[in-house]
Ligand binder design. Structure first.
Ligand SMILES: NC(=O)c1ccc[n+]([C@@H]2O[C@H](COP(=O)([O-])OP(=O)(O)OC[C@H]3O[C@@H](n4cnc5c(N)ncnc54)[C@H](O)[C@@H]3O)[C@@H](O)[C@H]2O)c1
Length: 386
């Protein structure tokens, strides 16, 4: 039986733990958890996790753990991945795999150049890749968007018809986060682009890979254009009511256009300034079809209430600011948003030891490199070749 050790007991740890309950066909157990939260004992009891640690190194010494699932802030990812590989564990790591998680301004108050950031991130990724090969273990990229039901269905269409994908559009946006860490470059390695844009970007890269495999071609990203900004900045405090983000040194909006070696494009935008709940959509324009992936909002269940009475504990969807009026209820999120699919794929890979997950290290690396190449493009106002 595969034993999993979780690192982190925050927001996204719940997404994983709720999804582990639905993973079919693999014999496994979430046996350990490690976190710095004072609420860790109750959290472990709630999810019936036996072994509880406050020190990561101690959990890694547990020889029974086969897979470490890292669900901590991005600034900790790369060091934790290297430690887990050195301890002989397979690694699952939340998005983004890594980033430049340091202040965006130097001690003199000058902005850190985005090409220096890209260079540091590349060095980080190289170290991880070498460690992964040396260990014989896997780095599995917990990017749920790749496994979202609509993206997996899209992959099935591409495999069946061997279509040529001309253009992918993708967006991930909401009204931002009040959390102090979301406002700081040093915590996340950037703003809306890395926190939210990584989801549709990863899905687009995955679908271009599926297209290439179906057609017997290798299709790679070759260039990127980008723009970033703080669009909510002009709001006066009396107007800054519904948008929750308050960026310190990060962007609240970003757009990128990725060019692939076959001449196709992926246009992605991400934002922390969009009202109306989470927006998570993609479109594909192929030589022989059109596809609209309406992941959120969608019309699977529409409800109407004239007021919010007694609805405070009824979950509707992420990031809606009230519950009255017409609402689009997001059902079966653990499955539709891909959390069950990703963990099923990863546990099968850990069990079989040799197979590669669909969201593998290469996909994670491409995504992070494109994001920082995008920051370079936005800083210089030029198209950056990869
Ligand atoms: N895929 C998604 O839908 C999704 C959604 C939200 C967040 N995320 C990602 O999940 C990761 C975590 O985000 P979050 O929102 O859960 O953050 P969080 O702040 O809610 O939780 C972070 C957890 O990490 C723990 N932690 C911090 N330092 C630690 C250490 N040294 N050792 C052990 N544990 C430590 C904290 O105790 C906390 O439990 C991030 O990479 C984020 O990008 C993904």
């Amino acid at each position: 039986m595969i034993q999993v050790g979780i690192v982190g007991s925050g927001f996204a740890a719940r997404l994983h733990l709720d999804a582990y309950r639905f993973v079919p066909g693999v014999s496994f157990r979430v046996a350990s958890i490690c976190s710095k939260d004072a609420t860790l004992p109750e959290f472990a009891r709630e999810y019936e996790i036996e072994r509880v640690y406050t020190e990561y190194e101690e959990m890694l010494r547990d020889a029974q753990i086969d897979v470490v699932d890292i669900i901590t802030p991005p600034r900790l990812h790369s060091a934790m991945i290297l430690q887990a590989l050195a301890a002989g564990k397979h690694v699952i790591c939340e998005k983004p795999l890594t980033g430049f998680c340091k202040p965006a301004f130097d001690e003199q108050g000058n902005p850190v150049s985005r090409s220096d950031m890209l260079a540091q991130v590349n060095a980080d990724l190289d170290a991880m890749e070498q460690a992964m090969h040396a260990s014989g273990k896997r780095i599995m990229y917990a990017e749920n968007a790749v496994y979202a039901s609509a993206v997996q269905k899209q992959a099935e269409f591409l495999r069946a018809r061997k279509s040529r994908v001309l253009l992918i559009t993708g967006e991930q946006a909401h009204n931002g986060s009040q959390a102090a860490h979301a406002a700081l470059w040093r915590e996340n390695g950037g703003g809306a682009l890395i926190r939210q844009g990584c989801h549709p970007l990863s899905a687009a890269l995955y679908l271009k890979r599926v297209e290439g495999e179906a057609r017997g071609e290798i299709i790679r990203p070759v260039a990127i254009m980008a723009d970033v900004g703080v669009l909510a900045r002009p709001l006066e405090s009396a107007e800054h009511v519904y948008i929750e983000s308050n960026p310190v040194d990060v962007e609240d909006w970003a757009t990128i256009c990725v060019e692939f070696s076959d001449g196709s494009r992926a246009q992605i935008w991400a934002g922390d300034m969009a009202l109306g709940g989470v927006r998570n959509r993609m479109e594909l324009f192929t030589g022989d079809g059109y596809y609209a992936l309406n992941m959120a909002p969608n019309n699977m269940m529409d409800v109407y209430h004239p007021d919010e009475r007694a609805l405070q504990d009824v979950y509707i969807t992420e990031k809606v600011s009230n519950r009255a009026g017409w609402q689009h209820v997001l059902l079966e999120e653990a499955i539709l948003r891909g959390y069950v699919g990703e963990l099923t794929d990863f546990l099968r890979c850990a069990r079989d030891d040799y197979s590669a997950p669909q969201a593998d290290f290469t996909l994670a690396r491409d995504c992070v490199q494109l994001i920082y190449a995008g920051y370079v493009a936005a800083e210089r106002g030029v198209r950056v070749l990869l």
